[in-house]
Design a protein around this ligand. Structure first.
Ligand code: ADP
Ligand code: MG
Length: 720
C-alpha cells in the first residue's frame, strides 16, 4: 500500500508523455503551459467550470440581472461595425440576443459562421434596453448526446466516467489550442489519466475524518470533480477537495504552533502591576470594547507561562498605541522591560511622544533610540537599559544593534512587521537576560482579511481591533481627473484659509525611481507656483533627503508652519497632524487599495471635516476604477482588504508580497471559501487536541501527507 516502501511504482508518477494521446510534443506543451508532468498532475488539474446540458436557459427568459447563464443558440448574423467590435445575433427559437466581442475578432468570426449552433456561456447585461452578452465562452453544441458523449469517443469508453450531464472546462491557452490540445482533447486526456491512475490514489484522510466530516472518499471526489454524475456529486467532490486542501494547510501551520507553544517557555507575568493601573485610571477616555478585549487576550498570553506570539491588527487610528503602552506596562509590573520598534525614524519619534504622554503619571522612564541619536545620549541610554532604569525603549532598527543590552527584556512590540526581516528580529531574541524569549506583539495597520491572516500567520494568534474610538468624523473621499485641477487648488486654498493643512502625496515605486522623483519635483514646482510665498508655505519630504532635512520639513508641517506637505508615499507619512484635513493623492491609480486606505487614514484625526481626493488621469484601467470607486464608497479597512483580495487574489495582496502564500491552493480560494477555512481550522485544532504529535495509527495518513515538500512552510513569525 505504501508507495514509499517496496518497489511499487505508482502510475501517478508516470511521465505524461506516456499517456495515450499525448507523446513528447504535447507533453512538452502540457508541462510548459500547465505545469503538468505526470498522470497524477493531470488528475489534480481541476476544471474551472462545467458545461451543464441540463441547464440551458431560453433566451426569452434571460434578465440582465442574472448571474452566468448558458444558452444554446444558432448564429443568425455576424457584423464587425467599424472593425472595432464583433456583434453577432443568435437565436434559440424563444428569442434573439446580441453577443459582443472586442478581442479576437478574427478567431470569433471564423468560428461563428451563420447557421452553426453553439453553447454560449456568459453574463447577461443590458445595453440600450436590450439584453446582450459580452465575450461569452463558446462551445460547440453537442449533437444529441451532449459534450460528455463527445469525450467518450476517446480512450475513456467503458469507464462510466461520462455518465453525467456535465463536462468540465479546463484552463487553456493559445499555445495549447494551436498544439491540438483543445477542450475536447483535454477532457479525453483527463479521462485516460483517471483510467490509468485513479486506482493508485490513496486516501489521504483517515477513515474517522471522512465519517466525522461527512466527506466523500478521494477517488469518488476525483472522478466527480472531472466528470460529475450530477450537481450533487460535483458539490460533494468539490467540498471534499477544498476541505482537504485547507485542512492540511491549517494542520501543518497549527502543528508548528503546537510544537512551539509546548517547547517554548515564556516569561511568566502573573501580575498587572501598579503602573498599569495608574495609567489606566488616568486615561482621558474610555477604552473601546475592542481595545479592552485585545488587552485581555494579551494579558492571558503573558500569564500563561508560554511565549506570546500575537499579531494585532487594527485600522489606522483604532488605538493600537494605547494597547501597546498598556501591554508594556504589564511587563514593567512584572519586573521586566519592553521595547517598541518602529520601521522609520519619524514613526519612532511619534510613538515616543505619544507614549511619553501616557506614561507621565506612572513615573516609568522611557527613552528614544534611533540612528540619529547622539553618541553621549546613546551611551546614557545603553547604561539605562543595562541597569534597568529605562523601562520602555522606543526606537528603530538601532534597537537591535549588538551594543544594546537589556537588563531584562520581557516584551518586544514590533510595529508594521513586514518591514523587519527575520534575521533582524532574531537579534532581539538574544537580548533577554533569562534566556527565556520575550513575549512578542506584532502590530499592523494593514488590514488583512481574517481568512488570509489565519493562513499567512497561521501559527500566530491574531487579535483584531475592529472598532474606532468614538467621535471620529468620516473622511469624504472623492475622485477627480486632471481637468478638475484648478477646482482642486481653489478647494485647497479655501481649506487653508480656514486654517487647515493639506497633504499632497505622490507615488514612488521602486523600479522607476528616477522617473518618480521627476514627477515629485514637477509636482512640487506646480504646487509652489500655484501656492506662492508669502501667502503659502509648502514643505517637501522624500526618501532621498538627509534625516535633518526630513525632520526640518516634517516639523514645519507638524507645527503648522507649512500649509502643504508634498511627500512621497515611501517616506512614512505616519505623522499625526490632527489639523491636516485634506489628503490629495496624485496618480491614485498607481496605488493599491490598502496603501490608499493607509494614506487616507492620515486625515480625519482632528475635529474638522476631512477630505481625501484621489487624482487620476482621464483614462484608467477598469481595475483601477474599481479600486477608486471602492475607496469612495467605504472607509472600512477590512472591507477594502476583502475586496482587494477578491480582485487580485491573495498572492498579490499588499503587505503580503514579501511573504507570499505558504502554499499554492489548487481548488480552494481564501477569498471565497472562508467558511470552509474556518471549519477546517477548527477541525484541525480538534485533531491536534486529541493527538498533538499525530502519532496514533489512525492518523498515519496525516503524518504521511505532512511529510510532503509543499508543507515545509517558512515560518514568518518565529524570531529565532
Ligand atoms: P493607531 O496606532 O491604531 O493608528 P492610535 O493609537 O495612534 O491609533 O490612536 C489614534 C488616536 O485615537 C490617538 O489620538 C489616541 O489618543 C486616540 N484614542 C485611542 N484610543 C481611544 C479611545 N478609546 N477613545 C478615544 N480616543 C482614543
Ligand atoms: Mg499608530
Amino acid at each position: 500500500m505504501d508507495s514509499l516502501s517496496g518497489g511499487y511504482r505508482s502510475e501517478l508518477d508516470s511521465d505524461i508523455q506516456y499517456l495515450p494521446g499525448v507523446g513528447p510534443k504535447r507533453a512538452a506543451l502540457l508541462r510548459s503551459e500547465l505545469g503538468v508532468g505526470t498522470f497524477g498532475d493531470l488528475i489534480r488539474l481541476y476544471p474551472f467550470r462545467y458545461i451543464d446540458r441540463s441547464s440551458i436557459t431560453p433566451i426569452a427568459r434571460i434578465r440582465p440581472d442574472m448571474a452566468y447563464v448558458q444558452i444554446r443558440a444558432r448564429v443568425v448574423n455576424v457584423e464587425i461595425p467599424g472593425g472595432k467590435r464583433l456583434s453577432a445575433t443568435v437565436t434559440d427559437g424563444s428569442g434573439e440576443m446580441e453577443l459582443v466581442f472586442f478581442k479576437g475578432l478574427k478567431w470569433v468570426s471564423e468560428k461563428m459562421k451563420p447557421g452553426n449552433e453553439f453553447i454560449f456561456f456568459g453574463k447577461p447585461s443590458s445595453f440600450n434596453g436590450r439584453i446582450n452578452m459580452v465575450h461569452p465562452d463558446i462551445d460547440p453544441a453537442p449533437d444529441n448526446g451532449g459534450p460528455g458523449q463527445t469525450a467518450n469517443n476517446g480512450q475513456a469508453t467503458g469507464s462510466g466516467m461520462n455518465a453525467g450531464t456535465m463536462t468540465g472546462v479546463y484552463n487553456s491557452t493559445e499555445k495549447l489550442r494551436n498544439g491540438g490540445i483543445t477542450g475536447k482533447v483535454m477532457t479525453r486526456l483527463v479521462s485516460a489519466a483517471l483510467n490509468a491512475a485513479l486506482d493508485d490514489v490513496h486516501e489521504s484522510l483517515p477513515e474517522y475524518i471522512l465519517k466525522e466530516k461527512g466527506l466523500v472518499p478521494v477517488r469518488y471526489a476525483l472522478k466527480n470533480i472531472h466528470f460529475p454524475t450530477d450537481m450533487a456529486a460535483l458539490e460533494k467532490a468539490r467540498y471534499r477537495l477544498k476541505f482537504e486542501e485547507l485542512f492540511f494547510l491549517q494542520l501543518s501551520l497549527l502543528k508548528q504552533k503546537y510544537i512551539r507553544s509546548r517547547g517554548e517557555k515564556g516569561i511568566l507575568m502573573s501580575r498587572v502591576g501598579e503602573a498599569f493601573n495608574i495609567c489606566y485610571r488616568s486615561l482621558p477616555f474610555d477604552l473601546t470594547g475592542a481595545q479592552k478585549r485585545v488587552i485581555r487576550e494579551i494579558r492571558e498570553d503573558m500569564r500563561s507561562g508560554h511565549q506570546m506570539n500575537r499579531l494585532l491588527q487594527g485600522d489606522v487610528g483604532s488605538g493600537k498605541t494605547m494597547v501597546a503602552v498598556l501591554s508594556a506596562l504589564i511587563a514593567i509590573g512584572n519586573g521586566c522591560q519592553a521595547c517598541i520598534m518602529a520601521p522609520t525614524e519619524v514613526l519612532a519619534q511619534q510613538h515616543y511622544r505619544n507614549i511619553s504622554a501616557y506614561l507621565e503619571p506612572t513615573g516609568v522612564r522611557a527613552a528614544l533610540l534611533t540612528g540619529s541619536s547622539r553618541t553621549a545620549e546613546r551611551r546614557e541610554i545603553h547604561a539605562g537599559l543595562e541597569d534597568g532604569s529605562i523601562g520602555i525603549i522606543v526606537g528603530t532598527h538601532a534597537l537591535i544593534e549588538d551594543d544594546v543590552r537589556f537588563r531584562n527584556l520581557g516584551l518586544a512590540i514590533i510595529d508594521e512587521q513586514h518591514r523587519f526581516g527575520v534575521e533582524q528580529r532574531a537579534k532581539l531574541w538574544r537580548k533577554t537576560a533569562s534566556g527565556i524569549p520575550p513575549h512578542v506583539l506584532v502590530m499592523t495597520a494593514t488590514p488583512i482579511p481574517r481568512t488570509l491572516a489565519m493562513t499567512l500567520y497561521g501559527d500566530l494568534d491574531v487579535s483584531v481591533i475592529d472598532e474606532l474610538p468614538p467621535g471620529r468624523k468620516p473622511v469624504l473621499t472623492m475622485h477627480a481627473t486632471e481637468g478638475k485641477r484648478p477646482a482642486l487648488y481653489r478647494f485647497m486654498k479655501e481649506q487653508i484659509a480656514l486654517g487647515r493643512q493639506v497633504f499632497v502625496v505622490y507615488p514612488l515605486i521602486f523600479e522607476s525611481e528616477t522617473l518618480d522623483y521627476r514627477n515629485l519635483e514637477q509636482g512640487f514646482d506646480q504646487i509652489a507656483r500655484a501656492f506662492p510665498l508669502p501667502d503659502y508655505k509648502v514643505a517637501i519630504v522624500h526618501g532621498k533627503q538627509s534625516n535633518e532635512d526630513k525632520k526640518f520639513n516634517m516639523d514645519a508641517f507638524a507645527a503648522g508652519r507649512a500649509n502643504i506637505l508634498v511627500a512621497t508615499s515611501v517616506i512614512e507619512v505616519g505623522v499625526d497632524v490632527p489639523n491636516a484635513s485634506v489628503m490629495v493623492i496624485e496618480s491614485a491609480e498607481r496605488f493599491g487599495l490598502s496603501q490608499l486606505h493607509q494614506l487616507r487614514g492620515r486625515v480625519g484625526r482632528g475635529s474638522e471635516k476631512s477630505y481625501c481626493i484621489l487624482m487620476t488621469g482621464n483614462k484608467v484601467s477598469r481595475e483601477s476604477r474599481h479600486r477608486i470607486e471602492l475607496m469612495c464608497s467605504t472607509e472600512n479597512g477590512f472591507e477594502l482588504a476583502e475586496e482587494d483580495m477578491k480582485m487580485r487574489g491573495p498572492g498579490d495582496l499588499e503587505g503580503t508580497q514579501q511573504s507570499g502564500l505558504p502554499i499554492t491552493l489548487n481548488i480552494a480560494s481564501l477569498a471565497k471559501d472562508g467558511a470552509i477555512l474556518n471549519d477546517a481550522r477548527a477541525y484541525a485544532e480538534s485533531v491536534l487536541d486529541r493527538d498533538p504529535g499525530l502519532t496514533s495509527s489512525a492518523n498515519a495518513p496525516l503524518r504521511d501527507e505532512l511529510r510532503k515538500e509543499k508543507y515545509r512552510i517558512r515560518d514568518y513569525s518565529r524570531i529565532s
